[in-house]
Design a binder for this molecule. Structure first.
Ligand code: PLP
Ligand code: SF4
Length: 339
């Protein structure tokens, strides 16, 4: 096991992250030819894996479900006309820098292009994202847009990952959002508490707790093996601020598209007080086709989950269809949109 000291700051964890597939394979005692690794995939979207996440992978297992999410494999070289660089059409709804207003009553604010881990199936792989904005000025037009539309009640901080932004900027942003009277809810979509749990520190908890807004955090966990005791502790710290914690997963071939893995994930989540919210059908991102599971399989898995688990432990199985006014439930009748 390769770990890092518990008291290391999250900024140090980012700094010491593994940034190439060879080192990743070496650290795990794996021959890169076993996968094999895709060099062109890696050039397009570099490897980025903090040691905290690496520590939860199994040594010597080239098919470890955490490793498969972060290592560029030859499947990334597959070219398919159905897989594009902007499958959800986000480019068309930007109302102010970083602000997407696609859904009624809620807006999505992209506060950072940076992430604490690079997931190979993510649409992010096609954007030349820079690092986090340096000052609040960057968000002023978005704040003005939100202030001028009283139908907006919820702001979703997204990215990239919003928790890669430092607390002074984030707390200032959240304070300014709290000053907008018609806002009632703040939502944060983040994978950071899972990848670098020490990010949920006293500073973060302090500004979260201070906000008058109802606070929702949506985590992104795809496999129960991602949850260790440090992640559980981070989630408990989050919940202690009065935040409701949900999880979304992506259905990923060979990672979690079997009943045993999904059931284990959902049960572990509810046992630590996190509600499984969404199970996403993969967005058809160029270079990620090897992660796609058949939606017929997905439907049967969710049906089986519903038989085995309490209703609150069963996520909604959805897909994002460009131009639709909300996430679309995957249903047999709608499969003409899908593969
Ligand atoms: C998913 C998403 C939301 C939030 O959708 P919910 O169904 O409320 O979770 C908002 N804006 C965008 C652009 C989204 O992709
Ligand atoms: S946005 Fe989320 S899914 Fe995409 S690379 Fe970042 S952490 Fe991974």
């Amino acid at each position: 096991m390769i770990g890092s000291p518990d008291n290391a700051t999250w900024q140090r964890a980012m700094k010491f992250a593994i940034r190439d597939s060879l080192r990743l394979c070496q650290a795990l005692g794996i021959d890169p030819n076993e996968l094999p690794v895709s060099e062109s995939g890696e050039r397009q979207f570099p490897v980025f894996v903090p040691l905290e996440f690496l520590a939860r992978m199994k040594h010597g297992d080239p098919f470890d479900p955490l490793l498969l999410q972060v290592i560029p494999r030859s499947g990334e070289n597959i070219v398919s006309p159905d897989f594009t660089s902007d499958p959800v059409g986000d480019n068309i709804v930007e109302m102010a820098p970083g602000l997407l207003h696609k859904y009624i009553g809620r807006v999505l604010l992209i506060v950072s292009g940076a992430c604490a881990v690079h997931c190979r199936y993510c649409f992010r792989r096609h954007y030349p994202y820079s690092t986090a904005p340096k000052s609040i000025d960057h968000w002023l037009p978005a704040l003005e847009y939100i202030r001028s539309d009283a139908s907006i009640h919820e702001v979703i901080l997204s990215g990239g990952d919003p928790l890669t932004v430092a607390d002074p900027q984030l707390s200032q942003l959240v304070e300014l959002l709290g000053d907008i009277p018609h806002l009632t809810r703040l939502r944060i979509h983040t994978r950071v508490p899972v990848v670098i749990p020490q990010r949920v520190d006293a500073n973060l908890c302090a500004w979260l707790e201070r906000s008058r807004l109802a606070k929702w955090v949506v985590l992104h966990i795809n496999h129960a093996q991602e949850i260790d005791s440090s992640v559980v502790a981070a989630i408990h710290r989050l919940k202690a601020t009065g935040t409701t914690v949900l999880n979304q997963s992506v259905l990923l071939r060979d990672v979690n598209d079997n009943i045993k893995t999904l059931q284990e994930l959902c049960e572990q989540l509810v046992d630590i007080g996190v509600m499984p919210y969404y199970l996403h059908q993969l967005d058809r991102v160029d270079g990620a086709s090897h992660f796609e599971s058949d939606p017929i399989l997905g439907l049967s898995l969710v049906e089986e989950l519903a038989k085995r688990l309490p209703g609150y432990a069963v996520p909604r199985y959805v897909s994002e269809i460009a131009g639709e006014p909300n996430k679309t439930p995957v249903a047999l009748s709608a499969l003409s949109h899908l593969p």
